[in-house]
Design a protein around this ligand. Structure first.
Ligand SMILES: Cc1cn([C@H]2C[C@H](O)[C@@H](COP(=O)(O)OP(=O)(O)O[C@H]3O[C@@H](C)C(=O)[C@@H](O)[C@H]3O)O2)c(=O)[nH]c1=O
Length: 182
């Protein structure tokens, strides 16, 4: 496993080591010891989530606040998404900046998204299955978010407007400037 910086403080790209042979491939999608040794972070994840979406879906931008704040380790098991992480930690040198990367079933890249970030993704392929680990449990009352098309963040989701599909809940999210402390 190799670690690459994203340009956003504490947000990391993780490249698993893939073993290929005539049968196919094998890789450790998560190994707590190696994760902790290579990143210096806690690898104590307590919940795994999986979602399936069609082309054009944009989920986000989401986080949980307060005692239920979550770090996430995200990956794609089929298809391709544009994954987007926004540093929402006041005082961080990269506050208000975002990072995006194509994650797909071929490159098998993972992104570590620290607590205090908002996160989202758009689906670039016909369908995509998204898998992620969280270091804190789901708590509905702690959900916070930012509208996907926030004009300050100016994120290019790589989906033409006519094809964008966003949940009613996400369409009600507020601008980044109104986000309370995570
Ligand atoms: C996130 C989550 C949702 N749910 C439920 C609530 C709801 O009825 C249903 C769908 O929830 P949502 O619409 O919030 O799902 P979704 O829009 O996929 O939410 C996810 O988006 C991405 C971008 C993230 O970063 C995640 O942390 C998470 O917020 O699943 C859980 O039971 N546990 C969970 O951990």
């Amino acid at each position: 496993m190799e670690i690459e910086q994203t340009g956003l403080k504490d947000c990391l790209i993780i490249k698993p080591r893939i073993f290929e042979d005539p049968r196919g491939y094998f890789f450790e999608s998560f190994n707590q010891n190696i994760f902790e040794e290579k990143t210096g972070l806690s690898g104590r994840f307590v919940q795994d989530n999986q979602s399936y979406s069609s082309y054009g879906v944009i989920r986000g931008l989401h986080a949980q606040a307060g005692e239920f704040a979550q770090a996430k380790l995200v990956s794609v098991i089929s298809g391709e998404v544009l994954d987007v992480a926004v540093d929402a930690r006041p005082g961080s040198p990269t506050y208000g900046k975002h990072f995006s990367i194509k994650l797909n079933a071929v490159n098998k890249l993972q992104v570590y998204i620290p607590r205090g970030f908002v996160h989202g993704f758009s689906v670039l392929s016909k369908t995509a299955e998204f898998l992620y680990k969280c270091d804190n449990f789901f708590n509905k009352a702690s959900e916070v978010g930012v509208i996907y098309n926030d004009s300050d963040l100016n994120i290019d989701w790589l989906i033409p407007e006519k094809d964008q599909a966003i949940s009613d809940k996400d369409l009600l999210l507020k601008p980044f400037s109104e986000l309370q402390h995570i």
